[in-house]
Design a protein around this ligand. Structure first.
Ligand SMILES: *[C@@H]1O[C@H](CO)[C@@H](O)[C@H](O)[C@H]1NC(C)=O
Ligand SMILES: [Cu+2]
Ligand SMILES: [Zn+2]
Length: 199
């Protein structure tokens, strides 16, 4: 008769409803405090590019990484693009920008517009990287950028978007030109996160 009561109790205790994982991870966090990167005078970030989950059919699937490195708040930010997946014989220039949100919940569509903390016109946004003509379907180059990883204007947690088309660099003579350069659809995007210093 007793086992009639005990068995359901045991089943309950060892079921998923007992939040074993939650309490375990709580312990792990408590014993491993993570120090914020404020003490470091050099910061690196990385963005893992993946095709837009809402990609239009027939569009290329762009993969790769964008690497960011800055040796101090007053130093220049170096940005290295290592992307592939564009059509091998295409010379189509592709625009690349930093967008406001690191939110990919609705694909690249939820990253918002250009990151524009100072309320200026395109192409004066800190993440207006310009146009990239792929070589053998790849974009591999480094540039200096006016964006920063430090302080209130940090691009950490924002996103990088590569577009279908060319950026008109504000010369399009319409509203879109001064907002986003009329670069067309969003091929791929990624969220800018802190790089692991051990990598
Ligand atoms: C970036 O700036 C540094 C320092 O001014 C310079 O040495 C370097 O050549 C620049 N890199 C590029 C890719 O322009
Ligand atoms: Cu963009
Ligand atoms: Zn812009």
């Amino acid at each position: 008769m007793k086992s009639f009561y005990i068995l359901p109790l045991l089943a309950f205790l060892f079921s998923c409803h007992v939040h074993f994982c939650g309490s375990l991870s709580g312990l792990v966090y408590a014993s491993n405090p993570v120090s914020p990167p404020v003490s470091s005078n050099s910061l690196r970030a990385v963005c893992r590019m993946r095709p837009n989950t809402q990609l239009k059919p027939e569009m290329p699937c762009v993969y790769g990484h964008v690497f960011f490195k800055q040796s101090g708040p007053k130093e220049k930010l170096s940005v290295t693009f290592r992307l592939h997946g564009l059509p091998v014989y295409s010379q189509q220039p592709r625009a690349m920008h930093i967008h406001e949100y690191g939110d990919l919940s609705k694909g690249c569509g939820s990253t918002g517009g250009h990151y524009n903390p100072l309320g200026v016109n395109h192409p004066q946004h800190p993440g207006d990287f310009g146009n990239f003509v792929p070589v053998n379907g790849k974009i591999r180059l480094s540039m200096n950028s006016s964006a920063t990883l430090f302080g209130r204007l940090s691009i950490l947690g924002r996103s990088v978007v590569i577009h279908e088309g060319e950026d008109d660099l504000g010369r399009g003579g319409n509203v879109g030109s001064l907002l986003n350069g009329n670069a067309g659809g969003r091929l791929a995007c990624c969220v800018i996160g802190l790089a692991n210093p051990q990598n």
